[in-house]
Design a protein around this ligand. Structure first.
Ligand code: WTA
Length: 645
């Protein structure tokens, strides 16, 4: 039996949403979406109020619009409207990589920085609809850059600072950015990341970029190209400190964020203005039970969707105090998270299971020597949290006092979809529990039949939907329909598998497609494969995920070399380095198996199911192998398998 953790009495006393409210609101959100969201859309400041609310069709030519005739500006909602009531309140607490380096930035200060950069961008010719690529470390200027784009109506595309010059170039080319905002160098765990040098390399193949703005972070020695490259500090100092925010339609694009799928290149997930902000703000308030003055810390990077919605947009739209951390959990030592919690009196802490698992390894002592008495609520995101890690997080980090919200969602969904509400939901370790308002999960079998009751199946979402959902793949609406709405016509297919129990709680079991989740980062197996086959000595490669104690999933690559090439330890290392260079460190294969051949059907299709089983060390249950063109290939792969754990 799974242990049930009821809402703690102390927590319930102050919680924003109790069980009765959850039920009432949920029912209304799915039965009367226009009425429900029409009311909650008012949490934003509109320039021109909307008269229409929901205009959504998951069938045919998929079309998703919310609040479509309203106008607003996201930056004005995150900054200007707070100035009268909380201008001198902290908006961002910035905690540097170095524990002696931190600062508070008020809403007024942030507003001024954003206005200055907005004016500077306009001077460089940036206008509504232009694309701006942001390649920055976790510094306040990352939030400033996002909000300045939103303010002038430019569409930002943030590329995680850990991506390689090639990966950066691909993302700049896909959306034809005309401006890149970067820093001289990043700083993580005491090590420097050569961001500007990476940009220089990427721009050798990007013709659309006219200007580069460079934030001085480390003062490291970099090359500035005259006429193209500008120091952020110079532009800001010269620019005026006020700026009138651009009036945007609710459905104007806010940002593009590239994410991995089953096939092909990463997709540019497009989110728009009104619905996205309403949903990010509302989920931030209710899932984290955010009260005025709470110090809230999400440890994600702004390069991922979690950083977009739950470090910057959701919290700032709510006038919250959001903590931004430049460093890593293990620097200078493995108690850094808890030291920062004590230093800034953090009340709400939101991180990924992989971080919890790696800190668990270090023992309880280093957690227990910190106070953590400010903590009220804990959160988890990015991958399934195993009950053992959940229980440790609850007992050791939260001293059995803090509820845990295990939040399931995706880059595509813009905000949290399945989650406990901490004042309403009794918790089960490892379950993301129940749907947020507007979200209608369905369990579907392989044939598309909707399954009722307690079952396991593919997780789909039905209309009415929620306003924060992605609207399209940038530049490829057909691929959008194809990717998400064609597997089960009329439904959004998440790519995840899930189980629903007798209480109607959902347990996410992980991806059922060719996406792997490494330390909470999404990786397409096809991307790693194409990086591997780009190496001159590689003839063929197949990549699958396998269970990894800390990372959740590890990357397992089967590699066939060109005739005559020797499979050496040195070449193995070279290939790992090659993938790091092609994509970035997060894509490094954990295991590479030399494979004289890959298991294929007679028509030449790689049988991934078999490769997955062998990588999982479960080769006893390979299933039907009768369609294999050459069964001896499999014997060799089993014989020489790399994971024997
Ligand atoms: C997985 C991150 C289980 C899932 C917000 C999803 C989770 C993918 C959870 C999206 C969770 C995210 N429990 N699995 N609480 N949260 N996932 O786009 O497989 O980086 O499809 O968005 O992460 O990853 P993405």
């Amino acid at each position: 039996m799974t242990e049930l953790f009821p809402v703690p009495t102390e927590f319930a006393k102050q919680a924003l949403i109790d069980e009765k409210t959850y039920q009432e609101w949920y029912d209304r959100s799915v039965n009367d979406p226009d009425g429900f969201w029409g009311e909650h859309g008012k949490r934003l400041d509109w320039i021109k109020p909307y008269s229409k609310v929901k205009d959504v069709s998951y069938s045919g030519d998929v079309s998703i619009k919310w609040f479509a005739d309203g106008t607003l500006n996201v930056a004005a909602n995150c900054l200007d409207r707070h100035l009268a009531t909380r201008g001198d309140q902290t908006a961002i607490i910035w905690e540097g990589d170095d524990p002696n380096d931190s600062k508070h930035v008020t809403y007024r200060e942030l507003h001024e920085q954003v206005c200055r950069l907005s004016n500077a961008m306009v001077d460089l010719g940036i206008k509504k609809g232009d694309r701006v690529t942001i390649y920055l470390p976790m510094i306040v200027e990352a939030a400033v850059a996002m909000l300045a784009c939103a303010r002038v109506g430019a569409i930002h595309s943030i590329v995680f600072g850990g991506f390689s010059p090639d990966a950066l170039a691909g993302r700049i080319q896909d959306c034809d950015s005309s401006l890149v905002i970067t820093a001289d160098e990043g700083l993580r765990g005491g090590r420097k990341v050569p961001l500007k040098a990476n940009v220089d390399k990427a721009l050798e193949t990007c013709w659309s970029v006219k200007n580069v703005i460079v934030v001085k972070r480390t003062g490291g020695n970099i090359h500035m190209v005259t006429g193209r490259d500008h120091w952020y500090e110079d532009l800001s100092a010269k620019a005026a400190p006020t700026h009138t925010a651009e009036e945007m339609n609710a459905e104007d694009p806010l940002f593009i964020l590239y994410t991995s799928g089953s096939t092909g290149k990463p997709k540019g997930v497009l989110h728009t203005t009104g619905g996205y902000l309403c949903y990010a703000a509302m989920t931030h308030q209710y899932v984290f039970d955010y009260h005025d003055g709470d110090v809230y810390w999400c440890t994600a990077d702004v390069g991922w969707v979690t950083g977009h919605s739950y470090i910057v947009y959701g919290p700032l739209a709510n006038g919250a105090i959001t903590l931004m951390f430049e460093g890593i959990p293990t620097y200078p030592d493995a108690s850094r998270f808890w030291q920062v919690v004590d230093k800034h009196k953090v009340n709400i802490f939101y991180t990924a299971p992989t971080a919890i698992r790696s800190l668990m390894r270090e023992g309880e002592e280093i957690v227990k020597k910190t106070s953590r008495s400010s903590l009220r609520l804990l959160g988890s995101v990015g991958e399934p949290i195993n009950p053992e890690a959940w229980l440790w997080y609850h007992r050791v980090v939260g001293d059995n006092r803090c509820p845990i919200v295990d939040t399931w969602w995706q880059t595509e969904t813009g905000g949290i979809l399945i989650t406990p509400l901490p004042g309403a939901t009794a918790l089960k370790p490892g379950s993301a529990t129940r749907p947020f308002f507007g979200v209608k999960p369905l369990m579907v079998d392989a044939e598309g039949k909707v399954l009722e009751g307690a079952v396991e199946g593919n997780l789909c979402l039905a209309e009415p939907g929620w306003p924060g959902q992605m609207r399209t793949i940038y530049g490829d609406h057909e691929r959008f329909g194809q990717t998400y709405f064609s597997t089960y016509p009329g439904l959004y297919f998440t790519g995840d598998g899930a189980r629903r129990d007798t209480d109607g709680y959902y347990w996410i079991t992980g991806r059922v497609d060719d996406v792997i989740n490494v330390s909470g980062h999404r990786m397409g197996t096809a991307e790693v494969e194409s990086a591997l086959v780009a190496h001159p000595k590689v003839a063929e490669a197949a990549v699958v995920g396998y269970p990894h104690e800390i990372k959740g999933q590890g990357i397992y690559a089967y590699v066939t070399l060109i005739q005559g090439e020797e499979p050496t330890e040195e070449l193995r290392k070279e290939l790992v380095g090659w993938v790091r260079k092609e994509i970035g460190p997060i894509a490094s294969p954990d295991l590479i198996q030399w494979s004289p051949g890959l298991p294929k059907t007679r028509s030449g299709k790689i049988m991934r199911r078999i490769l997955r089983k062998i990588a999982e060390n479960e080769f006893g249950a390979l299933g039907d192998t009768s369609t294999l063109a050459d069964p001896t290939v499999v014997e060799d792969l089993i014989e020489n398998r790399m994971n024997r754990g």
